[in-house]
Ligand binder design. Sequence first.
Ligand code: ADP
Length: 368
Amino acid sequence: MGSTSLDDVKQALRQVEDPIFKKPIGALGTLLEARLDGDRVHARIRVSSPSEEVRKAIESGVEAAVRPLGVEFVELDLEVSVPTREATSEDPIPDVRNVILVMSGKGGVGKSTVATNLALALRRLGTRVGLLDADIYGPSLPTMLGIQGHPTSKDGKRIQPLQRFGIKLMSIGFLLEDPRQAVVWRGPMLHGALQQFVSDVDWGGLDYLIIDSPPGTGDVALTLAQKLRLTGAIVVTTPQEVALQDVYKSVSMCRKLNIPILGIVENMSYFTDTAGVKHDLFGSGGGEKIAEYAEAPLFGQVPIDTQVREWGDQGTPIVQAAPASPAGSAFSQIADALAERVAKEHFERSGSESAPEGEGPKRLRILR
Ligand code: ADP
């Protein structure tokens, strides 16, 4: 590459567009470092989403920018800094950057499956994730993640969450003698337990805390909204008409509580038979309709796959057990879409032109 100077390289890199903020990284101040070492360029860039899409966009932007300069090798270091919600001085978990509620109108649509797989997919992208199972009617997280046990406390004040697959976990199921036992807790009991789960659990620093809330009722959303600023909610639905009526209720409740709806996930969308033919077993179009009503994106559609249930029953969610399966990759794509939506939502809310500061997980990628 001969005469190319570091200044030329920096000049070219500054023009690379950040896919979330739609602005050159030079203007955003997110080109953290650029070095030239023989025919090798080393660049360190900060991004606000860990998603694969963002990584690919930056990678190809960087390649396109330096190629005309005759650069042979690029070593790209992406520093992921997930933006944080606004925490007031009263916030019990200010180090938890995002609190995301997973809701559904009724039970059995796969809400817990979605919550668990999304949490794992976000973890697999390198972020710090917690999962709180607040579904008192059927706490399924202990089964789905194959973990039992009672959380302990080191100092008699803070409860230590359990851990599995690198995720911090807390479930109402951990407090029951038999986690499969369905409990009917009255409002005040749930309220108290939730307060404890949020305030007294030692969550530490997290990029995302995913909360699996009980179907239908707004109790969890209400309690949480009083206590802290939620990043937003994800609504899980099936394509079926009947299920939809209940989902509309979840959407209007979020509106009343001023909780942004980040996106919709349509689960059990279709079934692909052994000949590869797709069947809409439960009708079609539900996810799209809800997305339109909620004025939120449809994050994705997850097929019906017996492996989802089988792996769930064995305590290893499909995203972990078979990430390349159709359902596994659907969950990964939805996690990507969620991470991007969260970053954009912060950007739109704050109106800020600069990317957020802060420590985040790092990943290294070598190009070419
Ligand atoms: P909810 O939390 O809405 O009550 P669950 O997540 O517990 O629903 O799911 C209900 C049942 O459906 C579980 O046995 C689960 O394994 C199964 N299930 C969920 N999603 C799928 C899917 N996409 N394909 C096959 N089975 C699924």
